[in-house]
Design a protein around this ligand. Structure first.
Ligand SMILES: [Zn+2]
Length: 223
C-alpha cells in the first residue's frame, strides 16, 4: 500500500446526549460535544482522511452537521432504515438536510442486526428493503453500506457484492486502500482524544499501544 493509495476512515456514532435507550455496549461509542469539536478541529488539518457516522442518531443532523459545515468537512452517514423518524434517531427531514449540505447517505441496514448467519428473509430485509426505503427518500440509488456492529461473514459480503453495492465499510481498525471494495474504518470511542486520532491518521501508534505491542511481541517470542 503506497501513501497515495492509503486512506484512513474515521467513524463516529452518537454525539452528546442519547435520545433513545442505548444498546448494550453502545455508550462507549458516544462522544461528548466538546471532544467531538476538538477531534474535528484536528481532522480538518489532516489528510487523507474520510469521515463517516453510523446509526443515524438525531445528533447527526442536530450536532454533527453544523460542526462539519463550519469546518468545510464532508462525511458519509450510514442510516438504519427501520429507525427513521423514531425518537432519538434521524427523521426524513434530517436525512434531506444532510444531503442538501453535500453529505453522503449509505445504508446501515434495517434493524441494526449483525450481518452474520443471516437467513434469506433477513438478508433481503437488511440488504434490499432497507436500501430501497432509503433510495426513495434520497431520490437516488444507495450503493454503499456499513456493517452494523462491524460484523459480517463471507456470505453477507458475497450477497452485498452480488446486489451491486459499490463500497462496504467495516470497523476493522486498519488503513484502507482507496480502490478496495471493502473499506476498514477506525471507530472512535468515548475518551478518544484529538491527539489519539491524530496518531491513528498519521499511522504512529500511541505510546500505550507501542508498549502493548512490545508486550505481545515478548509473549510471542517466549512461545
Ligand atoms: Zn451501528
Amino acid at each position: 500500500v503506497t501513501a497515495d493509495d492509503r486512506v484512513i476512515h474515521i467513524c463516529f456514532h452518537g454525539i452528546g446526549t442519547p435520545g433513545r435507550e442505548l444498546e448494550p455496549g453502545e455508550a462507549g461509542y458516544w462522544l461528548n460535544v466538546d471532544s467531538f469539536r476538538r477531534i474535528l478541529d484536528e481532522l480538518a488539518t489532516l489528510s487523507p482522511v474520510q469521515l463517516s457516522f453510523d446509526d443515524s442518531n438525531a445528533s447527526d443532523a442536530e450536532i454533527a452537521l453544523p460542526e462539519l459545515v463550519q469546518r468545510g468537512l464532508r462525511a458519509d452517514f450510514f442510516v438504519i432504515a427501520g429507525r427513521l423518524g423514531t425518537p432519538g434517531s434521524l427523521d426524513e427531514d434530517g436525512v434531506r438536510e444532510l444531503l442538501r449540505n453535500g453529505m453522503g447517505i449509505g445504508s446501515h441496514g434495517m434493524h441494526h442486526r449483525p450481518w452474520q448467519r443471516l437467513d434469506a428473509d433477513t438478508s433481503h430485509d437488511e440488504f434490499v428493503t432497507a436500501r430501497e426505503k432509503l433510495a426513495v427518500l434520497v431520490g437516488s440509488d444507495i450503493d454503499t453500506a456499513a456493517c452494523p456492529l462491524g460484523r459480517y461473514d463471507r456470505r453477507s459480503l458475497r450477497d452485498l457484492r452480488r446486489l451491486g453495492y459499490r463500497r462496504v465499510f467495516t470497523s476493522d481498525r486498519r488503513p484502507a486502500r482507496r480502490d478496495a471494495w471493502l473499506q476498514p474504518r477506525y471507530s472512535l470511542q468515548r475518551g478518544d482524544t484529538a491527539a489519539a486520532v491524530r496518531e491513528i491518521v498519521l499511522g504512529r501508534p500511541s505510546l500505550s499501544r507501542r508498549i502493548w505491542s512490545a508486550g505481545v511481541g515478548l509473549v510471542k517470542r517466549w512461545r
